[in-house]
Design a binder for this molecule. Structure first.
Ligand SMILES: Nc1ncnc2c1ncn2[C@@H]1O[C@H](COP(=O)(O)OP(=O)(O)OP(=O)(O)O)[C@@H](O)[C@H]1O
Length: 234
């Protein structure tokens, strides 16, 4: 199921944070949303989550406009971690499942499946406090998959992690896209974008690029291209 964004605009008072943004994130594709600080990535995620209302434009999933049906098809991982450190991985996921009305054996099955997808099953009984930052983020991604969404939206989920953890997480999420999920991955780091990804470059609320990485960069290193179009090193 495809995430479709059309003519999306949002302003904080006089500050135009998003200005006529249009793109799609279809199933089976890793869509990297690359933008420097202040580009509008977090504002976009606020709109996806229904926390903000667009000034203009629409968001839809598989043709369902923003609302209950669209939200049920989205799994969102926000920039700030929201796990309970004193609960185990399983307890955090069980609680999240219960909030979505998933309980009993069905919850157990989905939790095992989601943890397997992120290679986190052997950590299931550990308290989140005992996990490193990378495993905590993987737990949050697993949690976002419990209701079996068709679109996974991640807002800079690797911020503050070391290079090995960043690479492990991006590896796992690329695999989720290969399995058929529509993935939208916001980042300001060019090394998280791969040759085969679809690339969106967001700068000052506008999309400057929308295409396969090789096409957008015309063969130049992505970091050079990004620097030349945004003036921001990454
Ligand atoms: N509450 C707010 N009031 C006024 N301006 C805001 C507010 N939140 C964000 N902005 C402005 O809107 C623009 C987009 O911000 P946003 O946080 O969406 O960008 P971002 O790409 O997520 O950046 P970062 O990587 O730093 O999180 C920026 O110019 C920012 O200063």
């Amino acid at each position: 199921m495809t995430l479709t964004v059309e003519g999306l605009s949002y302003a904080y008072g006089a500050k135009q944070a998003l200005d006529g943004v249009t793109f799609q994130a279809p199933p089976g594709r890793f869509t990297a949303l690359l933008g420097p600080n202040g580009a509008g990535k977090t504002t976009l995620f606020g709109l996806f989550a229904g926390l903000l209302r667009p000034g203009a434009g629409t968001i839809s999933v598989a043709g369902h406009p923003m609302g209950r049906a669209a939200l049920a098809r989205m799994g969102i991982v926000f920039q700030q971690p929201t796990l309970d450190l004193d609960l185990t991985v399983t307890q955090n996921l069980r609680y999240a499942a219960a909030l979505r009305g998933i309980a009993g054996r069905d919850a157990g099955r989905r939790i095992d499946q989601a943890l397997d997808r992120l290679a986190m099953r052997e950590r299931a009984a550990e308290k989140v406090r005992a996990l490193n930052g990378g495993h905590r983020r993987r737990t949050e991604i697993a949690r976002a998959l419990l209701h079996e969404p068709s679109v996974l939206l991640c807002d800079e989920p690797t911020v503050g992690l070391d290079a090995a953890s960043r690479s492990a997480i991006t590896e796992h999420v690329h695999a989720l896209a290969t399995e058929g999920l529509a993935v939208l991955w916001a980042t300001h780091l060019t090394d998280e974008v791969r040759e085969g990804d679809h690339l969106l470059i967001l700068h000052r609320g506008r999309l400057l690029a929308d295409g396969p990485v090789a096409e957008v960069t015309a063969g130049a290193p992505l970091s050079d291209h990004f620097l030349s179009v945004t003036g921001a090193a990454a």
